[in-house]
Design a protein around this ligand. Sequence first.
Ligand code: 5GP
Length: 188
Amino acid sequence: MSVDWGNLLVLSGPSGVGKGSVIAELLRRRPDIWLSVSTTTRAPRPGEVPGVSYDFVDRAEFARIVAAAGFLEWAEYAGNLYGTRAQPVADRLAAGTPVLLEIDLAGARQVRDRHPDALFVFLAPPSAAELRRRLADRGTESPQATDARLARAEQELAAQPEFDSVVVNDEIPQAAAELLQLWDGRRG
Ligand code: 5GP
C-alpha cells in the first residue's frame, strides 16, 4: 500500500506553549484526524491515562523498541525518552487517514529527514515571557524540571525557521483554525 506522507502534520513547540489545548480544539473540529499516541519513559502525571495520553514504558522496553527499529523517531527530552511508533502511523496514512504527531524539535528533524513531504508546523508562544509564565503556572513539574524545560524551550524557539510555518498560540480557536487552513492548503 502506498503511504501519502503529505497527509502527516508534525506539530512542535516548546513545553508550555499550549500544544495540548490547540490539539484538543483541532480534534474537536476534525474528528477524522488521528493523533499518534507516543511512547515515553516519563512517569504519568495525575490524570494521564496509559494508552491514551502516552504508552508509559520503562527504559528497557524503550530500548527494545529502538533496537527493533520500531520508532519512526525518538528523542530524549528533559531526562525522559519519547518516541513515535512507526507502524500505527504508516497504517493510518496508508488507509488515507490524516495523522498528527506532537513531538519535540529533535523528533521533528528526524521525521523531516525521512519524509520531507510532511507538513512541519511550529507552535510559538506570543512571547518568551508569556511562555515562562505558562510553564510556571502549570505546576506539574518540579522547579528543576521546569528549568530544564525552559532551557530546552529556548533552543526550540531558535529553530522556528526550520519549519514550513509558524503559528502563534495567542487564542486557541484562532491557532487551531490557522493550523487547519495550513493543512488543508497543503493537502488540497
Ligand atoms: P511532556 O512530558 O510535556 O508530555 O512532553 C515533553 C516534550 O516531549 C514535548 O515537547 C512533546 O512534544 C515531546 N514529545 C511527546 N511525544 C513525543 C514523541 O513521540 N517524540 C518526540 N521526539 N517528542 C515527543
